[in-house]
Design a binder for this molecule. Sequence first.
Ligand SMILES: [Zn+2]
Length: 255
Amino acid sequence: MNQLNLRANLLTIGGIACLLSSGCTPSQAVDSGESTSGASSDGTPRVERVLTQEERDNMTPDGVLQMLKDGNQRFVSGTLTSRDHSKQVREATFGQFPKAVVLSCLDSRIPVEDVFDRGIGDIFVARVAGNFQNTDILGSMEFGCKVAGAKLILVLGHEHCGAIKGAIDHVKLGNITPMLKNIEPAVKFFADYEGEKTGENDEFVHMVAEQNVRMTIAGIRENSPILAEMESNGDLKIVGGIYNMATGTVALIEG
Ligand SMILES: [Zn+2]
């Protein structure tokens, strides 16, 4: 199946499934975006519907980035949007129109959707320890952006990352050994660093984590002509960030 067919299939399955069921209007077939209605008991907006395809398509890459920044502000300030996830699960059966792909580390302390105050159908989340890119991650990103229409890729590293520390300390264990090879270039980048080059040195771990994000972004552009072209056409933005464990803040870093 080529890309266009795959996308057409993705976008029409909802309609076909909907037509086969009773009580479903055509507009509901593509209704998996986001809007708010009503309010939770504490007064914060309650989301009972996700953005439609049209609403998502009208957003720009910069608009999607701003949406994630605003969501992170709400996460940090403790004003997360209240969502009716069980209702949204049923609505999202007929399709998805996410706006961004977030590549995060595996770390259990980073609840990615919450970090950006996003709910069902909002973002694709790819996770691998050390948030590096490889063929499988790139294929997932190409699906998320080229086929499914996401307009932003955010590579999200974080403070106190065990994978970064493991790469710095040359940890050897089973499949972790070859996995950490993906992070080694970011460690070697600081070969001339004169401080303590161990996982105990928070400053060095931070430097490597940032560099790993930068190199992951460079690798995405280099190894995915599809995503690089989307970015040069203005259809996609690729950015990096570091999640602060203590505050919940995501600080964007220049690629
Ligand atoms: Zn990590």
